[in-house]
Design a protein around this ligand. Structure first.
Ligand code: GDP
Ligand code: MG
Length: 439
């Protein structure tokens, strides 16, 4: 990792301003990242164009490469494009707040109804659900069951009554009961069709809702832009809820929603459980879409990794062959920081050999290592011999860290191997710089 970083940096050193030329390649990578995240093509085109225009002429901060600077600009733009900050739900000034949920079939509307009720109850609001999907009896049953789970009343009238009538009666009932928030479930179709839109329009007309939230499945991918455009034009939405973010999708749909409708994503669903609903954080989403982790803090991390005194300290330890578990921990943390950095490095042309899977794998094994070292006593960390000599101690560390004794033994063995390796290295490397220790 270290040598890769250094060569990448030296390759890019010496450019102080972003120019039309030096952003071409990284911009191509960014374009690819966005498409891989399933942002729709027209949105990608517009975005890349506008960021490119903006980036040209921007000065590069000292110690930062043009590519890194560009990544930061892109990230900031993504965040801005998705609304910058968390968009709160709007509540009615008087009377019940009405939230109408719309969306295609299977995207998670009914689930969201109950999740949202649970979410709002936590904020001290009383809620009621209205079963407006009259096409399948099972849909009503589902809402009733979920309502029970989160302990909120569900208003139903079976499948014979028109959705707009049910909605209107449900709202009246909520007024009588002084309910704070009424959440109305509706029927979806596999595809957008006129009957669905007409029905939604009618329901919206009788309800005059405070929020019309389009529920969008994060896996929707490229079609998200067209979908959101149609719903927004036809019924007019106030925002969106992005569901199934716990899946593999990088969530490019999020970018499309705001870009084509101007309406924010307000909440995200991250699982099938009732508590899996949370506010939408544009900054986290930007990181996910770019697929490069926390790009914003990258520069700080870079500085941290390179912190001179840490390095000198480690070097002294190595020279005296006293390398212990504390040093190992420090080293794993350094490598972990390098790991998240390499996501950015991966964007630099010629540096994309490190795959996200490899990084994840490396980070996972570092976490395991860290857990075991943290379960050691200060004395054990300084004197690895204690663990080498005592199976009981290893057993305890294994138990406290939730790992197997074999894993602990391996770690101890690894430390001694490292000592030996370092001693050998010291014989070759004279004074000067620290050898790369990652593997
Ligand atoms: P509807 O047709 O829009 O009402 O969708 P449903 O609420 O019935 O959800 C369809 C399926 O998606 C159900 O099996 C839900 O459990 C599942 N689902 C809903 N939201 C999420 C989510 O955020 N994550 C995951 N993994 N599954 C979800
Ligand atoms: Mg449903």
């Amino acid at each position: 990792l270290t040598s890769g970083l250094e060569s990448a940096w030296s390759k890019l050193k010496g450019e102080e301003v972003l120019s039309k030329e030096n952003i071409v390649e990284p911009m191509r990578d960014i374009r690819r990242a966005l498409l891989e995240a399933d942002v729709s093509l027209p949105v990608v085109r517009r975005f890349v164009q506008s960021v490119s225009d903006q980036a040209v002429g921007v000065g590069v901060t000292r110690g930062v490469t043009p590519d890194q600077q560009l990544v930061k600009i892109v990230n900031d733009e993504l965040v801005k494009l998705m609304g910058g900050e968390v968009s709160e739900l709007t509540f009615a000034k008087s009377g019940p707040t009405v939230i109408l949920l719309a969306g295609l079939q299977g995207v998670g509307k009914t689930t969201v109804c109950a999740k949202l009720a649970k979410y709002l109850k936590k904020q001290g609001k009383s809620c009621m659900l209205v079963a407006g999907d009259v096409y399948r009896p099972a849909a009503i049953d589902q809402l009733v069951i979920l309502g029970k789970q989160v302990d909120v009343p569900v208003y139903t009238e079976g499948t014979e009554v028109k959705p707009s009538e049910i909605a209107s009666n449900g709202l009246q009932e909520a007024r009588k009961k002084n309910i704070d928030v009424v959440i109305v479930d509706t029927a979806g179709r596999l595809q957008i069709d006129k009957a669905m839109m007409d029905e939604l329009k009618e329901v919206k007309r009788v309800l005059n809702p405070t929020e019309v939230l389009l529920v969008v499945d994060a896996m929707t991918g490229q079609e998200a832009a067209a979908l959101v455009t149609t719903f927004n034009l036809e019924i007019g939405i106030t925002g969106a809820i992005l569901t199934k973010l716990d899946g593999d999708s990088r969530g490019g749909a999020a970018l499309s929603v705001k870009e084509v409708s101007g309406k924010p994503i307000k909440l995200v669903g991250r699982g099938e459980r009732m508590e899996d609903l949370e506010p939408f954080y544009p900054d986290r989403m930007a990181g996910r879409i770019l697929g490069m982790g926390d790009v914003l803090s990258f520069v700080e991390k870079a500085e941290e990794v390179m912190r001179q005194e840490d390095a000198e300290d480690l070097q002294k330890k190595i020279m005296s062959a006293k390398f212990d578990f504390n040093d190992m921990l420090k080293q794993t943390q350094t490598v972990a920081r390098m790991g998240s950095m390499s996501r950015v490095i991966g964007m630099i042309p010629g540096m994309s050999k490190i795959t996200p899977a490899q990084i994840r794998e490396a980070e996972k094994s570092l976490k395991i290592m860290e857990g075991m070292i943290e379960a050691m006593t200060p004395e054990e960390r300084e004197k690895p011999e204690l663990l080498a000599e005592s199976p009981q101690r290893r057993k305890r560390v294994a138990k406290d860290s939730g790992k197997t004794e074999q894993q602990v033994s391996q770690l101890v063995a690894q430390l001694f191997q490292m000592r030996v390796r370092m001693k050998n290295l010291m014989g070759v490397v004279e004074g000067g710089s620290i050898p790369s220790l990652s593997n």
